[in-house]
Write a protein that binds this ligand. Structure first.
Ligand code: SF4
Ligand code: SF4
Length: 206
């Protein structure tokens, strides 16, 4: 039996939870090639790695047939490394202080005397998390002039008053008005446009 790593989905972090959870050090960090790796000779098939990999990038095959099937599946996986890059921005967990309840949104928008960027997403939809808007990058680039909140939305009807019909989406509000809106997830090559748009919209706002 063998452990397979889907390198198209693995984010190749040296702080890999599979390495932490592996009781035999079969799962390890390959210093020379700067990658996570498995020594199948040391593996005892405990499956800890498969369970602990947050990205679902590891499989412990039970037999030859499962090994072959999984290998083909991984070889044919259409996910690209660029999409993974997108993942790392959108799907990363967010600090509690940034999370806002939908019920409080209206009041917060009314009171917004400095620009506030709000991302709407649905935490139950993997696609929504995976393809989320790269908010970290946005905030890093324009952090002096804008605050940020993230709102988990289970029913899109609650966003009708903001004319939003798909998730994820983001709006920028100030003094109760929407001054910018972006609906839908971003491809890698659209990130630059979003940042440019936002900088332009905020250039005269103090
Ligand atoms: S936890 Fe999974 S995705 Fe992350 S580095 Fe380890 S094997 Fe790769
Ligand atoms: S199955 Fe267990 S022993 Fe084998 S690599 Fe995974 S965690 Fe380590």
């Amino acid at each position: 039996m063998s452990v397979l790593i889907n390198k198209k989905r693995c984010d190749n972090a040296d702080a890999c939870s599979c390495i932490e959870e592996c009781p035999t050090k079969a799962f390890y960090w390959d210093e020379e090639n700067q990658t996570v790796a498995v020594d199948n000779n040391l593996c005892i098939n405990c499956r800890n790695c498969m369970i602990s990999c947050e990205a679902g990038a590891v499989k412990v095959a039970r037999d030859e047939e499962e090994y072959r099937k999984t290998k083909t599946e991984y070889d044919e996986d259409i996910m690209t490394t660029e999409e993974l890059f997108q993942d790392r921005y959108g799907a990363a967990s967010i600090a509690e202080k940034y999370v806002l309840e939908l019920e409080r949104l209206e009041q917060i928008v009314e009171d917004s005397n400095k620009p506030l960027l709000i991302e709407f997403y649905n935490e139950d939809e993997a696609k929504c998390l995976i393809n989320s808007i790269p908010v970290k990058e946005i905030i890093e680039n324009i952090s002096d002039s804008i605050s940020f909140r993230k709102v988990n939305v289970s029913n899109i009807d609650g966003l009708k008053k903001y004319s939003i019909s798909i998730l994820p989406s983001l709006i920028v509000v100030k003094n109760g008005n929407i001054i910018y809106k972006w609906e839908g997830f971003l491809n890698i090559d659209e990130k630059g446009k979003l940042l440019d748009d936002l900088k332009y919209q905020l250039k005269d706002i103090k």
